[in-house]
Design a protein around this ligand. Structure first.
Ligand code: NAD
Ligand code: UDP
Length: 336
């Protein structure tokens, strides 16, 4: 099947493309390369032996979407394109609603016109309100979206639920990612953010590679075992595999599926740093700094639904995630 992957040159999208190829599908990438390096298609070719078809442009461009759907027989869409920095969404909410909400509307409109009704959507654990008990469980959880970014994901989920309620042809998977880290074991693709990393693992990697002098741990006075925040880190290749399982599920089921993709295992900031140092042998100098505004002390995924409904279970250990992230970082930054 030809699968349109919006944002297919990005961190998660490129790993999804690799898995699609491995499963005999053909990824068709639509990406504006606003947050992707131009050599990703070549790297994917090196990794998979298959040069992906790439359309460079904006997912809000109706004429481009029309062209893409007319040119290739698209069987399903995986929509990862979007903006994802929580802090930036607070200072520039317009950019986030424009990109993430308008992008989804333009895409689903084009899909319906071209008779494509199968969509896997990159949602996020940020749709859960922090008032929910952990682990965050699908179903009757309170959904809130704690930032403009989180609210674009929540609005997107509502839009997709409303579309499916109005037209029974829609088959939609809302995949709520927890904290994807790591990289393909080849070291060819991975998380390579532009500028100063917002997220913990790329920051750790840049410190280990000597690109930055030290890591700041944002607070050690949280009500957790070691005082630092706990998250559910999942290997990006496991996460990507979940998309293939979601496509298989949607082939047999109409309507909307909302499901977490995580490991169900909370890991603290200090825990991740220690595991990284042990697994890679690289020093990671750090200091304890103040809390980061908006951080929630601890959350992780309830994983039973993903296992029961999709047959999904994350396989990689935190050590593996660290080793794979470091292999990619070494290649990218020329670290020791
Ligand atoms: P990323 O920035 O690496 O990838 C997104 C890709 O989309 C980039 O290649 C970018 O160039 C492209 N893009 C952005 N806006 C576009 C537009 N308007 N038209 C076409 N292409 C556009 O981000 P990622 O980490 O791979 O995240 C992918 C998706 O997963 C996003 O929707 C994000 O919100 C969601 N998500 C990510 C995380 C995470 O921690 N990385 C967690 C939860 C959810
Ligand atoms: N974090 C940190 N230093 C950094 C980046 C992140 O201590 O330079 C912490 C952050 O406060 C949070 C955890 O690491 O507790 C995970 O942060 P990330 O931004 O990767 O994910 P999210 O906050 O979205 O779960």
């Amino acid at each position: 099947m030809n699968v349109l992957v919006t944002g297919g040159a990005g961190y998660i999208g490129s790993h999804i493309c690799a898995q699609l190829c491995a499963c005999g599908h053909t990824p068709v990438i639509l990406d504006d390369f606003s947050n992707a390096k131009p050599d990703i298609p070549a790297r994917l070719q090196q990794l998979t032996g298959q040069r992906p078809v790439v359309y460079r442009g904006d997912v809000r461009d109706a004429a481009l979407l029309d062209h893409v759907f007319a040119a290739a027989e698209i069987g399903a869409v995986i929509h990862t394109a979007g903006k994802k920095a929580v802090g930036e969404s607070v200072t520039d909410p317009q950019l986030y609603y424009e990109n993430n909400v308008h992008g989804l509307l333009a895409l689903t409109k084009a899909m319906a016109v071209h008779g494509v009704f199968t969509l896997v959507f990159s949602s996020s654990a940020t749709v859960y309100s922090e008032t929910n008990p952990v682990p965050y469980r699908e179903g009757n959880a309170v959904l809130a979206g704690t930032s403009p970014y989180g609210r674009t994901k929540l609005i997107a989920e509502w839009i997709l639920k409303d579309l499916a309620a109005a037209d029974a042809r829609w088959r939609v998977a809302l995949l709520r990612y927890f904290n994807p880290i790591g990289a393909d074991p080849s070291g060819l693709i991975g998380d390579d953010p532009a500028g100063v990393p917002n997220n913990l693992m790329p920051y750790i990697c840049q410190v280990a590679a000597g690109v930055r002098p030290e890591l700041t741990v944002f607070g050690n006075d949280y009500p957790t075992a070691d005082g630092t925040c706990e998250r559910d880190y999942i290997h990006v290749s496991d996460l990507a595999a979940g998309h293939i399982q979601a496509l298989e599920y949607l082939a047999a089921h109409a309507g909307v599926l909302e499901v977490n993709l995580g490991t169900g295992q909370p890991v603290s900031v200090l825990g991740l740093i220690e595991t990284f140092i042990k697994a890679t042998g690289q020093p990671v100098p750090y200091r304890i700094g103040p809390r980061r505004a908006g951080d929630i002390p601890a959350y992780y995924a309830a994983v039973e639904k993903a296992k029961t409904v999709l047959g999904f279970e994350a396989a990689c250990s935190v050590e593996q995630m660290c080793c794979d992230a470091w292999r990619f970082a070494k290649n990218s930054y020329g670290g020791i």
